[in-house]
Design a protein around this ligand. Structure first.
Ligand code: FAD
Length: 323
């Protein structure tokens, strides 16, 4: 059944986040030959519309207002609902990001709709769209079918491959005015805590440190390896609790959930709460001096050794490959 599907293009620092292109690919599948309409919300963001089109959207609707410069739950809900009312979609897709996780239930409740969250794949079976999502902290996957009404889903970053960018694609980028009023939150200043560089939740390579790094300076070799591999640095809660790094780096049940192509765990024991955030990574390498460490049970490659010897050796070898 051909459907019209809306996809939110999530903007950060003036650029679209990669998960937006992944959500477009998912929406294309769910549209089943229907129309994929990109949605942009913000201030001076209309120029980003063409990128969404080159990655598969058929056209884009932009809601611009200076009150939408920063994300607020009220503001974005009002803007997105204005697009929904004007477009009357049969499907809505957002990234399963901090923004998507906050916005999607608000929209779903306004539309009295269900929501399939944290989708990692979409399959087709017997004429139905089947949404795959992890449950029990990633230990199992469930498959959901939406039998009736709006298909509304959030897409976990780094799982669905975006369509190839097609420079020849073109489509309309139109603006829609929406009345943004009665905002209960006013963002006065944004203070960044996370380190600069690659965004942890979308990184293809993550070098994570645990209590085994022993100090804040112990993260230096991990930073160097991340730099050589173009990756991001993450951490266990053990390392965060010990004040070796900021909590914004925490991966796990109460931290970020990540699915990079390569996850290198350094001095992390592999507690169940840590595994909940990283065990779906495509390739896991564990470096730990304890051969019995639990992390080796989920690792594809295990190195029993001192991270302060192993990590610099890896950095040097990867540097040679880059020359
Ligand atoms: P440890 O368990 O102390 O492990 C350190 C490891 O480093 C050891 O295996 C040791 O052999 C190794 N090591 C030491 N020195 C070296 C060296 N020189 N070279 C190589 N290896 C070395 N944890 C999370 O990570 N994320 C979460 O989101 C999270 N949420 C939680 C929620 C709840 C409700 C609870 C109760 C706990 C949660 N935890 C979480 C904590 C979790 O249970 C563990 O305590 C934590 O993950 C341990 O961190 P760690 O592996 O860095 O430290």
């Amino acid at each position: 059944m051909a459907r019209k599907v809306l996809v939110l293009g999530e903007v950060r620092d003036g650029a679209l986040r990669n998960v937006s292109f992944e959500a477009v690919a998912a929406a294309k599948k769910a549209a089943e030959g229907g129309e994929v309409v990109g949605v942009l919300i913000g201030d001076s963001i209309q120029s980003l519309g063409n990128s969404l089109i080159k990655y598969g959207a058929d056209r884009v609707v932009a809601v611009e207002d200076e009150k939408l410069k920063q994300y607020t739950s009220d503001g974005f809900t009002q803007a997105f609902m204005a697009v929904v009312e004007s477009e009357k979609p049969e499907g809505i897709f957002l990234g399963h990001t901090a923004l998507g996780k906050d916005l999607s239930p608000r929209i779903a409740s306004k539309l009295n709709s269900g929501l399939v969250s944290d989708v990692t794949d979409i399959e087709e079976s017997g004429g139905n769209l089947v949404f795959v999502r992890p449950i029990y902290s990633g230990k199992a996957f469930e498959k959901k079918i939406v039998t009736d009404g709006l298909i509304f889903a959030t897409i976990r970053p780094n799982n669905i491959t975006p369509l190839e960018k097609d420079e020849s694609r073109s489509g309309e980028v139109t603006s829609l005015s929406a009345e943004i009023k009665d905002l209960r939150t006013v963002i006065k200043e944004v203070v960044r805590k996370a380190s600069e560089g690659v965004d942890l939740s979308e990184a293809k390579v993550i070098i994570a440190g645990g209590r085994g790094v022993k100090s804040a300076d112990g993260f230096n070799p991990l930073n160097e390896l991340a730099q050589v591999l173009g990756g991001a640095v993450g951490a266990s809660r053990g390392a965060c609790d010990a004040d070796y790094c900021d909590y914004s780096l925490q991966i796990g049940q109460t931290g970020k959930v990540v699915t990079p192509d390569l996850y290198i765990a350094c001095g992390i024991s592999g507690a169940i709460q840590h595994l909940a955030g990283m065990s779906n990574s495509k390739v896991i390498v564990a470096i730990n001096k304890d051969p019995e460490a639990n992390i080796f049970k989920v690792a594809d490659y295990g190195i029993v050794g001192d991270l302060f010897e192993v990590v610099p050796m890896l950095t040097e070898e990867f540097k040679k490959l880059k020359v």
